[in-house]
Design a protein around this ligand. Structure first.
Ligand code: NAD
Length: 330
């Protein structure tokens, strides 16, 4: 099948080209994001392969459908950037990669927790400059701390297992309670209990109308003084202005983000020579207890290999008229 990629990077090309030797699809890689002006570039392609910040809204989907596209293949798990209702109305199928490596994101979550706690990022810079003073580097034992996980799907459960290994008490909140919750030793609670008891809160639910700004002024007010908040899921789960107020009042003592509400204008690009115009983001960066990575939690070789294999298989299944096991239906 003829497949055009938007927002593709060198690592996407490498893994997809290598995996495609077994599929022989005709792949075209573009680095521009999918948007109304770029959607016309899909003329003559059967499938469009997109990533987390490509805007597959109704207007864009209309252009894609008018140019003959039949399939939207997400090379990620989340699908909040696709208007599923519009896709259905236009007869476009949507597929995704529901699971590639939950370990990649769970392990990055732990990296953020440990870095914020033990301040290894600050220690690295100090030691490079010959500064071996320890003031300001004190952390706490993770052992015995209470960690609250919002969302107990694939990534939330792996994160819970790792945290149990550290000797943490793990609280979990989800709209459904899976079988593994008790086996892992997670205490299944309501959201308010989790917010009020957790020393560390980590978000692992998808972005939906129900979870949009699940972290807001009211939920922050319920958190413990000095809480650590981690978001490796989707930026808009957090009301950033509320979190900034929480940091200023010191209720939030540590913030670790891999995702940001307005990341589409920033992440995945080298802007080091540009003036960043987003004042809210720049305020976040100004706190020394905030650690931000640019949506890299998924970025392991294992995950990229799996993403390429599942995406190309999804496309193959569509081409052969097989059942689409990874279809997303609105
Ligand atoms: P999953 O579908 O396996 O699990 C999501 C869980 O969230 C489910 O158990 C679901 O019931 C729960 N949930 C849904 N609505 C909820 C609500 N209102 N309140 C509480 N829980 C709710 O997904 P996953 O593979 O664990 O991924 C979780 C999220 O991580 C994805 O949606 C995606 O946004 C994000 N993600 C980020 C990266 C990254 O690189 N930073 C990579 C992959 C996934």
């Amino acid at each position: 099948m003829r497949v055009i990629f938007f927002s593709s990077k060198a690592y996407d090309k490498n893994f997809f080209k290598e995996t495609n030797t077994a599929f022989q699809h005709d792949l075209k890689f573009l680095d521009v994001p999918l948007s109304v002006p770029t959607a016309v570039l899909a003329e003559g392609y059967d499938a469009v392969c997109i990533f987390v910040n490509d805007a597959a809204n109704a207007e864009v989907l209309k252009v894609l459908a008018a140019h003959g596209v039949k399939l939207i293949a997400l090379r990620c798990a989340g699908f909040n950037n696709v208007d599923l209702k519009a896709a259905k109305e236009l007869g476009l199928k949507v597929v995704r990669v529901p699971a590639y490596s939950p370990y990649s994101v769970a392990e990055h979550t732990i990296a953020l927790i440990l870095t914020l706690n033990r301040k290894t990022h600050r220690a690295y810079n100090r030691v490079k400059e010959g500064n071996f003073a320890l003031n300001g580097l004190m952390g706490f034992d993770l052992h015995g701390k209470t960690v609250g996980l919002i969302g107990l799907g694939k990534i939330g459960l792996v994160t819970a297992k790792i945290l149990k290994g550290f000797g943490c008490r793990v609280l979990g909140y989800d709209v459904v309670k899976g079988e593994e919750v008790e086996q892992i030793g997670i205490e299944f609670t309501d959201l308010d209990t989790l917010l009020s008891q957790a020393d560390i809160i980590s978000l692992h639910c998808p972005l939906t109308p129900q979870t949009f700004h699940i972290i807001n002024d009211q939920s922050i007010a319920k958190m413990k003084e000095g809480v650590m908040l981690i978001n490796t899921s989707r930026g808009a789960l957090i009301d950033t202005k509320a979190v900034i107020a929480g940091l200023k009042s010191c209720r939030i003592k540590y913030l670790g983000l891999d995702v940001y509400e307005e990341e589409a204008d920033l992440f995945f690009e080298d802007l080091s020579e540009k003036v960043i115009q987003d004042d809210v983001f720049m305020r976040l960066l100004s706190f020394n207890n905030v650690l931000i990575t640019g949506h890299q939690a998924f970025l392991t070789s294992n995950a990229l290999q799996s993403i390429a294999a599942v995406t190309l298989q999804n496309i193959q299944d569509f081409e052969e008229g097989k059942e689409l096991v990874n279809e997303v239906v609105g």
